[in-house]
Design a binder for this molecule. Structure first.
Ligand code: DSN
Length: 484
């Protein structure tokens, strides 16, 4: 499989050489760090499920004077003069997003996934909450309330409920958990996964929703290796009168690339869908909200409600990335991301690794490394020592908690962008199992096994580094792009 990033190597080389000369003339150390980052990215087996490689066109779009313009407000309705070009790029990004995802409305200003979720939460509260304060004030929208009315509203907001996937089952911090503002705005409850199969049990979700009666039913994940039936989630939301909010940050590329269709495509089923743009979607770092028309007005008030001024250069890069995702080649890429994940899962399983849910049908697998006698932290570090970049992750009902964990999360989007195929992912699986088998915990000073320290059998890390380099050399990142 050849690399799937669309770009012209000669053009990109010339652009980056000139740009680095301009940067280096002012602060050579920054130019050095940029060069060094490319070298590092080229030299590592990047398996972090939330990372990818954006195309040179996407990256170059961000280094422009669109960055210099303030543009609070919405398209054609700004609080600053002279925003015509920001209007153009924001409209382009929204149009591409609506066309790509078949969404009635798109808001492309959020700076990150957390921001996108916050915009969605406020929009849902504004749209759905039966606030006595709103009626009393005769206000049409929370933005029109007086300070006294806000006080009443805050009390009403504090009584709202959100139901999302539990963190250890693969849910996200922004789905109502305490370290995030969503855990303070809402009374939160969660649904987990079946203890035997590791899969979502929709009847358990339904029972929890009936009992808890959430305002918002949240679906989506950052570490669940399976697809979700969003038609069923919408049915549950409707049954209890909840708004269905789907956070598709991790799998937006699979939706865009038509791997997840029908009941597994969240956009037609959810009232509000949020995403990041830089994971499997392969765009610039940022966020986005798609919604049904009834939420559009409230979603569009994201800035200044909870967002700072929109980043014109990033919205422009979103437009470029979304245009790329509309090409037929992106569908091939997305199919490869999913089929490579299956090859990786099968390669790990046949060599004795235990996978949460026993496999995958998205872009990631979650290995339960306790079967190797390791914590997630030890496994992550041993793999890194061997040239393999992953991240540790809790598994359902994890006895080692969120810091040490018992899992390692592995994703295929980045290496698939480099062109890795199923046979190469099978080889990656072999390398991972070799390293984990050769790693053992050292003794803790207090007795028993350490949760952090480990030792890798002699020679294994070096051998794995060499094998990883062979795979990387066969699939160069940005082939032909030369900085010197
Ligand atoms: N940091 C992202 C991830 O790794 O899944 C989610 O916020």
């Amino acid at each position: 499989m050849s690399q799937s990033l669309p770009f012209d190597a000669a053009q990109a080389s010339a652009a980056y050489r000139n740009a680095l000369d301009v940067i280096g003339a002012v602060e050579p150390n920054v130019a050095g760090a940029i060069r060094s980052e490319l070298a590092d990215q080229r030299a590592s087996l990047k398996l972090i499920a939330s990372e990818n490689y954006a195309s040179p066109a996407v990256l170059l779009t961000m280094g422009t004077w669109l960055s210099d313009k303030y543009a609070e407000g919405t398209i054609g309705h700004r609080f600053y003069a002279g925003c015509q070009n920001i209007d153009t790029v924001e409209q382009l990004a929204a149009d591409h997003a609506m066309a790509l995802f078949g969404a009635p409305h798109a808001y492309v200003q959020p700076h990150s996934g957390i921001d996108a979720n916050l915009v969605a939460f406020w929009a849902i509260l504004a749209q759905r909450i039966e606030s006595p304060a709103l009626e009393k004030a005769g206000a049409k929208h929370v933005n029109d309330l007086s300070e006294a009315d806000w006080e009443t509203l805050r009390k009403a907001l504090g009584n709202q409920r959100a139901l999302g996937m539990s963190l250890d089952a693969g849910g996200h911090l922004t789905h109502g958990f305490r370290p995030n503002i969503s855990g303070k705005m809402f009374h939160q409850s969660s649904y987990g996964t079946d203890p035997q199969t590791g899969l979502l049990d929709y009847e358990v979700v339904r029972a929890r929703a009936r009992e808890f009666k959430p305002l918002i039913l949240i679906a989506g994940y950052s570490a669940y290796p399976r697809k979700i039936d969003f038609a069923k989630m919408r049915e549950i939301a409707d049954e209890v009168g909840a708004v269905l909010m789907v956070d598709m940050a991790h799998f937006a590329g699979l939706v865009a690339g038509k791997v997840f269709t029908g009941d597994f495509d969240p956009v037609p089923h959810a009232h509000v869908t949020t995403t990041t743009t830089h994971k499997s979607l392969r765009g610039p770092r940022g966020g986005m909200v798609l919604c049904q028309p009834e939420f559009a007005d409230s979603v569009d008030r994201g800035c200044p409600m909870v967002l700072g001024g929109p980043l014109g250069h990033v919205m422009a890069a979103k437009a470029v990335a979304l245009a790329e995702a509309r090409l037929p080649s992106f569908q091939t890429y997305a199919q490869n991301v999913a089929s490579n994940a299956v090859a990786l899962a099968e390669g790990l399983t046949k060599r004795g690794a235990h996978l949460v849910t026993g496999g995958t049908d998205n872009h990631l697998v979650l290995i339960d490394v306790s079967a190797f006698g390791l914590t997630g932290r030890q496994a992550e570090s041993a793999l890194l020592d061997s040239g393999i970049v992953t991240n540790r992750n809790a598994i359902p009902r994890d006895p080692n908690g969120a810091w040490y964990t018992s899992g390692v999360r592995i994703g295929t989007p980045a290496l698939t962008s480099r062109g890795f195929d199923a046979a190469e992912f099978d080889r990656v699986a072999e390398l991972i199992v070799d390293v984990l088998t050769a790693t053992s915990p050292t003794a803790a000073p207090s007795g028993g096994a350490s949760k952090a320290k480990y030792v890798i059998a002699d020679g294994v890390a070096d051998k794995t580094h060499a094998a990883a380099s062979e795979l990387l050399d066969a699939n160069p990142l940005y082939p032909g792009l030369e900085l010197a």
